[in-house]
Design a protein around this ligand. Structure first.
Ligand SMILES: Nc1ncnc2c1ncn2[C@@H]1O[C@H](COP(=O)(O)OP(=O)(O)O)[C@@H](O)[C@H]1O
Ligand SMILES: [Mg+2]
Length: 268
């Protein structure tokens, strides 16, 4: 089967500044790919490049087996949920969810059916006539998800969708998103700086630092066999203990020497 998303040798510059360097990522249908890394490492930029909201400076990008490198966002068969939710403040919840379909000329009966289906899935039926200002943060988040879900796209893109919620709600919504992924068997690229979110949601994790991919793997691979010190230190809660040591070949075996406080050396 063709990968649902295939990124090859992608570069992104802003002027003379290189933001993303030689990114290679491929995901299969049904994958939940989480892009994780510290603030400013280029996660949103990469998501915007996948969406077509930012042109790329080098490389290629295909979605569902089709080259999308130069295709406009509306023709990429994707749906995106932004960190800010970007709901239309003057429209009701129902209108927010159906607006995109209306613009695309979807007939009224299909719009109504889709709205009903998604509202039931997200349990927001009682909210359909409210305005965004009359909703809690968690409810707004659901509406933003609803707007993406009615599109039935090849690929969902989420940019830190839970970062505006309080800690308790974040954990609840994390569970819901996980269930939703399983129910819909959707393909998802999800950005977060939260490594616990990455570990619990992902089928595949990409760890990014300074615009360079550090490691790609399943949560278990990343956790158990970090590719470098950055990944080892960044993933895991509580963080892994890192102790400077010297490793030497010693005749038949290997000697590890650890410097202790006071300058003493302990070998084993
Ligand atoms: N439009 C822009 N022009 C110039 N630099 C930008 C622009 N957008 C983002 N950047 C820079 O690109 C880097 C990555 O940003 P971003 O992708 O938003 O990081 P993340 O989402 O991982 O926090 C940052 O150093 C940021 O300042
Ligand atoms: Mg970001």
């Amino acid at each position: 089967m063709a990968p649902i998303l295939d990124i090859k040798n992608l570069y992104k510059n802003y002027g003379a500044t290189e933001i993303l360097k030689d990114i290679n990522i491929s995901i299969e249908p049904g994958d939940f790919l989480v892009l994780v890394g510290p603030s400013g490492c280029g996660k949103s930029t990469l998501l915007n490049c996948i969406a077509g909201l930012e042109p790329i400076s080098g490389g290629t990008l295909s979605i569902g087996g089709k080259d999308m490198t130069h295709v406009s966002p509306k023709d990429r068969d994707i749906a995106m949920v932004f960190q800010s939710y970007a709901l239309y403040p003057t429209m009701s919840v129902a209108k927010n969810i159906t607006f995109g379909m209306k613009v695309r000329g979807v007939d009224q009966a299909t719009q109504d059916a889709k709205l009903k289906e998604v509202a039931s899935l997200l349990q927001i039926e009682p909210l359909l006539n409210r305005r965004p200002s009359q909703l809690s943060g968690g409810q707004r988040q659901r509406v933003a998800m609803g707007r993406a879900l009615v599109r039935d796209p090849k690929l969902f893109l989420f940019d830190e969708p839970l970062s505006n919620l309080d800690a308790k709600l974040r954990v609840e919504m994390r569970t819901e998103i996980k269930k939703l992924h399983q129910t819909l068997d959707a393909s998802i690229v999800y950005v977060t700086h939260d490594q616990i979110e990455a570990m619990t949601l992902a089928t595949k994790i990409v760890v990014l630092k300074g615009g360079v991919v550090q490691q790609i793997g399943t949560p278990a691979e990343i956790y158990n066999r970090p590719a470098n010190l950055f990944v080892a230190d960044f993933m895991g809660s509580p963080a892994m203990n890192l102790i400077p040591a010297r490793v030497q070949r010693n005749g038949t075996g290997t000697q590890v020497s650890i410097a202790r406080a006071g300058g003493a050396i302990r070998s084993c």
